[in-house]
Design a protein around this ligand. Structure first.
Ligand code: FES
Ligand SMILES: [Fe+2]
Length: 370
């Protein structure tokens, strides 16, 4: 993870900067050739279906009676009605209108009023896998799915950590979310939760598909709130830089992680997060986050404090969502990118998101928009 080309944290110079730092990033679609979660596992019970979306494409997620999952285009080949309005029958699904039936490959295997020899073509099937309590779909070129790894979430499966799953719909382009998490200069937004903190970026590293930056934090005034101590670890001596934890935020396209390591290099907090576009203009995303916190030596201490941790992280997430939605609203109103970004880390992140993004361009407005 750390064996990447190094660029200095303060100068803004990057060997890759000159190629593409123009164009409106908010019109760059997310690249479809990756695994994206479309639902939490717990929301898809055996014998049930969920209608989901990826960038405007309707996808039906199915859990068969035996418990396996598959994903199809959520449009019946007959009259285009959503398949998720139908029923699961054993290992197949039956459309709720005239009863056309599809198997896990999308093939139409039964039309109740036609002979087997006259069955029509079926619907598109998406590569689909279940991991880490999420149902992942590969919406792009299916032939690439086998070579693209699912994200490895080591802390989620490590018993030394307790994991919280959170997220929801946020009305903004996915790039605002990446920028929000990576730009720790927005501590002022969280002043009611965090008090007066100042972030200092130490260094950043970049390769083709990733960018990561290290931060330390100094408390400018006041005492550390208890909620923050739970998530970030209690700060014994923040005046001494060598005693401070280091936060590393990484965009590993299209995912993002945030790790906090204590002064002795122990991983104490590990966040994995992804922002899945829902609509065709990619102005709304569904965020899936897994926040893992290392259990302290005292058994059950973290479990007892969990409600406070949930409350604290929920407040922070809410503040972040509210502000990025305002950013998106301003962008839509201006119909262009008027941002005046000054932080080299974010300028480089935008560059990365443009380079790794999809090749088409999201229209500024769609027909019928106000
Ligand atoms: S619309 Fe699905 S079977 Fe007719
Ligand atoms: Fe934030």
């Amino acid at each position: 993870m750390r064996a990447m080309p190094f660029t200095d944290g303060g100068t803004g110079e990057s060997p890759l900067r000159d190629i593409s730092n123009s164009g409106d990033l908010r019109r760059v679609p997310i690249h479809p050739d990756h695994w994206y979660p479309l639902a939490w596992s717990r929301d898809l019970k055996p014998g049930k279906m969920i209608g989901a979306h990826f960038a405007g494409e309707p996808v039906v997620l199915v859990r068969t009676v035996s418990g396996s999952v598959f994903a199809l285009e959520d449009r019946c080949a007959h009259r285009q009605v959503p398949l998720h309005a139908g029923v699961v029958e054993g290992e197949s699904i039956r459309c709720g209108y005239h009863g056309w039936t599809y198997d896990c490959s999308g093939q139409c295997v039964d039309v109740p009023y036609l002979g087997k020899e006259r069955l029509p073509n079926g619907v598109r099937a998406y590569p689909c896998r279940e991991a880490h309590s999420m149902i992942f779909v590969f919406p792009g070129n299916a032939t690439l799915a086998g070579d693209r790894p699912l994200p490895a979430l080591a802390s989620v499966t490590d018993k030394a950590f307790k994991t919280r799953r959170f997220g929801g719909e946020v009305r903004c382009h996915y790039s605002f979310m990446h920028e929000n998490l990576m730009d720790m200069n927005h501590q002022f937004l969280h002043r009611r939760q965090m008090g007066q903190m100042r972030a200092r970026s130490l260094a950043r590293r970049r390769d083709e598909n990733s960018l990561e930056v290290d931060y330390t934090f100094a408390r400018m005034a006041g005492k550390q709130p208890r909620g923050e101590a739970l998530v970030f670890g209690a700060s014994k001596n923040r005046a001494d830089p060598s005693a401070r934890s280091v936060m590393t935020i990484r965009t590993q396209y299209p995912y993002q992680t945030l790790e906090i390591r204590s002064a002795d290099d122990t991983l104490v907090m590990d966040l994995w997060i992804v922002y899945v576009p829902l609509d065709s203009r990619q102005r709304t995303n569904r965020t899936f986050g897994l926040l893992s916190v290392r259990r302290p030596a005292v058994p059950f201490l973290l479990d007892a404090a969990w409600p406070l941790l949930v409350w604290f992280t929920e407040r922070i997430f809410k503040e972040d969502c509210a502000i990025v939605e305002l950013e998106q609203a301003a962008h839509d109103h201006q119909a262009a990118d008027w941002n005046h970004e000054v932080f080299p880390v974010i300028i480089e992140l935008r560059d990365l998101l443009r380079r790794c993004g999809g090749r088409s361009v999201i229209p500024i407005r769609e027909a019928g928009d106000a």
